[in-house]
Design a protein around this ligand. Sequence first.
Ligand SMILES: [Zn+2]
Length: 697
Amino acid sequence: MDILETHPPLSQFAFDAFRALSPTFMATLTPPERLIALEAFVCLDVASKGKVAPRELQIRSAIAARQGKNFLARAGTGTGKTLAMILPVLMLPKDSVVVTIAPLRLIQDNHVDEFTKYGISSIAINANTPDTPELWKVGSVLYGIPLFSHSKKAIKNHTQFQHYTVSPEQCGPYKGHIPKFATFLHDPKWAKKVHLLQIDEAHFIATAGQGKGDEAAFRPAFSDLGERLRVHLPSSTPCAVFSATMPTRIMDVVMKTLRMESDNTVKVLLSTNRPNLVYSTICMDGTTKNLSNLDFLAPQPFPPDYIPPRCIIFVDDKKRTAEAEEYLNSRLPPHLASKRPFRKYHSGMSKHYLEEIAAQFKRGELFGLIATECVSNVPGFHVADIRLIVIFGVTKSVDESDQRGGRGGRDGLECLVLTIAERWAFEHLAANDSDHKLGNKEKRTDEATLKYASLKLCGRRFLADYNEDTTPDALLCDSTCCDNDDPNFDLSEFLPGFSFDEDSDSEPPPKKTRKKYRPLLARDPLDTALRSWRDTTHITDPVLKSFPQSYILSDKTIALLARERPQTFRIPADITTFLNETPDWHTRHALDVLTTIRSYDLKHSTEELSSSDDSSTDSNSDSDSNSDSEDDDSVAYDSSPANSPPPSVLNSRSNTPDPVPPPPPMFTTTGRPVRRAAMEHAVSGIADQVSKRRKID
Ligand SMILES: [Zn+2]
């Protein structure tokens, strides 16, 4: 039965989202493509019960699949990539099959969870999939009857898994046997049902599928996907590939392997830039064995109200995660140490344990996770407000460090990506010192990484060039860009616990003349106060109630307001000018916002604290004491009460629910609302057409 006959055209939410699609984007669609776009809205609206609407990436993916075209997306996690994989499946007939190739079990598990959420029966096929006859005999996996419940009725109804998320090794001979899934592929009847092939983390085809120098490929099955998989599927089955890493050299390998022809492939290359990330690289003292390089995370003595920025520390191996956990916790005062707020997190741990740790981290009960690469590949790891990524020891490739950095600031707010690079990388000794002998790790590190670690130019520009990101957004940044192109860059502004080490070679930090902001630790409570004002206004205003909260103030705008020093805003017009808002907004909100900030300041007398900044900004005093022993760190904190957060900081942190990640930009456009009746009319017109066309189909 047609979906449009059984369901009202669109929920209010989807309706608003459809209306908010950018006119520029809509103009690029042909009339038939617009119909597919609307159908995508309807399908997702039904599947999500009016809670989720597609964005441009997902619409494009749906259109390509419907038109039988291949699809190539450069899109990282956080861009709605998984939904771009789900949406085309929602729009396929129920008896069709979709195969997704994913490199890691954690990703496959996440696919199963996510696809199932939208009502798509989904199963992960990997080395761990039970080898029981119950699961695998025809009528079970083949026809999708859930494990151990293959009733005759179910077999008769041919209830089928619609979605198989598979590791590449399962598609052909592996360790001397033919995996069960490979036998499906050789069954033309089954293969014929595959309507769509998707590859997640498609760069693996080039990076893991191919060897490098003397090193053999560590997942050769990836480079065989053409032979193992593609050729067994109908040539009309489109292939959709997704990755955050898609420079030409990788794209070419991926497309060739999967036999994707250029003229039948739709490419969507989103910017790889994250404007809210700030990049900095410092030189490590000794090797990664020297954990005192991380002392700034747990300074001694530990100031009573200090909360380190919520962080992930990436280390080379599992052993180091345990050592760093032990080390950092042992530096904390006993009442904190007993809670072990720094925790290791790696793929050797059980799924249950990882979930528990991730949940505690999300609830703000932990300061930081010490992880191997695993966390950067867990799409289900939804902690949006990470303020610091530490890459402790350079990665093998720039792609890897890019992915690690990409874990930070998913809420769109500022996050520092700090690379602590070994000296051989930081100074690129291989190129600059003829006597230098290559170490083992150094041999495995690629040239681009060494260039990045020893970079004297803008890190963002380097990454844009490396990723071949030529989009207009490639170099955007929200506030500070990186340590190299800002002469006033001051690490201690981001990391109050940071004291520069005594390393004779490192330059003392430059004198700060940088723009002054509200002390770091006083921003959170003001942020909370502004959000609370906004939420109340939103609920109580009869007109605003029906629009997103961001019409009043977005989370990001609130963060910007909370960061400014009190003296920036003296009259309501200062607020309006600062936010570049409309006269209408000014009339409605400017005075209220100013009042909220003022009453916060009165209550906490931050006005006074902040103006004392002029002589000692944030943890500026660190620099005077930094050559002293750790015991003198107290000077940095105790001498300036401004650096102590108001007592409410700890409480507000732990009592405030995690901020919901900001809605995608298309829902937060500040454009004028179109009148609902006119919009309804327009949508129902298209809906009719979709309905008619589907009947013809
Ligand atoms: Zn820069």
